[in-house]
Design a protein around this ligand. Structure first.
Ligand code: AMP
Ligand code: MG
Length: 324
């Protein structure tokens, strides 16, 4: 069993705690922060030692680049030497929100963030508490927060502060509790540095949303193989619970398989998910974590249809089910 009692500081949504959170970032510390997607492990993106600590705390391979979070599109432009037309259209339409843009880096971006790449990933999150931290951190510090998901590398992303404490409570300085995350899965990532722009990871901002605003330019979707080299850290197996995950396209196949398992003494936990796909996404990681906490041999999951955010949910489930 993981230790559920946090050893780090617990902070909440009030001015004193936000100030303390910013002070920790300013001192090179690590604070888990709520975003609308999942909880992020925040560090000052301009401080190489702080960024290195993020990789250590998560046990994340250092080649996997981090997303920089900033308060607004004006600040995002400062971290890019070519914040081009596509980035302008997408940033001005979907920020603040669950969309990450890959653009050419400016000389403000340190190598520790990008793993030496010439591109940087930028996002303006909409979570009001994260925005309060960014506003304050812009006044007293760099205003740029590197924040990968606040979990150990390869495991299921955290969508509550309790998930973060269980995974990283003894490895970080503080957790800012903003309640459960609204979207529940990681941001959509679009590479704007190539023509046409490429969707590297699907999320709550869907292909339809992107194509609606990009009109004639359009986006293409990276396949998983080329996606690996373009966007390191998106390998096939990811977001994985300990138990084996089996996926089903329809309820009757799932129920038949479940019956066979029970008849053969195989312990299973079943996730049907909400028929409302936004709710399914919001609850997905909590459902995977609680199923896993029962220590079943297998977790059986009903896939949502591949429509709107269902595409992103399926992507995360395929990764959770992939061979390790
Ligand atoms: P996350 O782990 O959710 O913070 O997402 C980080 C992911 O964004 C990485 O694993 C990469 O797939 C992608 N990414 C971030 N920065 C870059 C970059 N400079 N070049 C390519 N992909 C990036
Ligand atoms: Mg992650």
């Amino acid at each position: 069993m993981k230790n559920q009692s946090p050893q780090c500081l617990q902070l909440f949504d009030n001015p004193k705690d936000v100030a303390q959170c910013v002070q920790i970032l300013q001192n090179g510390g690590l604070v888990a922060l709520p975003t609308e997607t999942v909880y992020g492990l925040g560090a000052d993106a301009t401080n190489p030692q702080a960024v290195r600590r993020v990789f250590e705390a998560k046990k994340r391979p250092t080649g996997h680049p981090l997303i920089i979070h900033v308060a607004n599109i004006e600040d995002a432009r400062k971290f890019s030497s070519d914040f081009n037309n596509v980035a302008e259209i997408l940033g001005s339409t979907f920020w603040p929100g669950p969309l990450t843009l890959l653009v050419k880096r400016s000389n403000r971006v340190i190598d520790e963030i990008t793993g030496g790449r010439e591109t940087v990933a930028l996002r303006v999150p909409s979570h009001t508490l994260f925005q309060k931290v960014l506003a304050h951190f812009s006044d007293v510090g760099s205003g740029a927060i590197a924040a990968p998901s606040a979990n150990l590398y390869g495991s299921v992303s955290p969508t509550t502060s309790q998930h973060v404490s269980g995974d990283l409570g003894d490895r970080i300085d503080a957790i800012l509790d903003g309640g459960p995350c609204g979207v529940g899965i990681e941001s959509t990532i679009v590479d704007c540095s190539v023509t046409p722009p490429v969707v590297l990871r699907q999320g709550a901002i869907t292909l339809e949303n992107l194509n609606d605003v990009l009109a004639a330019i359009g986006v293409v979707v990276s396949d998983q193989v080329t996606g690996e080299s373009r966007a390191p850290g998106m390998q096939i197996s990811h977001y994985s619970p300990s138990a084996e995950v089996k996926l089903f396209e329809n309820t009757s196949d799932l129920k038949n398989y479940e019956k066979t398992c029970i008849a053969n003494g195989i312990q299973v936990a079943t996730i049907l998910g909400s028929s409302n796909r936004e709710i399914y996404a919001r609850e997905l990681y909590a459902l995977l974590r609680s199923a896993d906490s029962l220590h079943p041999q297998e977790i059986l999951v009903l896939l949502p249809p591949a429509t709107d955010i269902g595409v992103a949910i399926r992507d995360r489930l395929f990764k959770a089910a992939a061979p390790r």
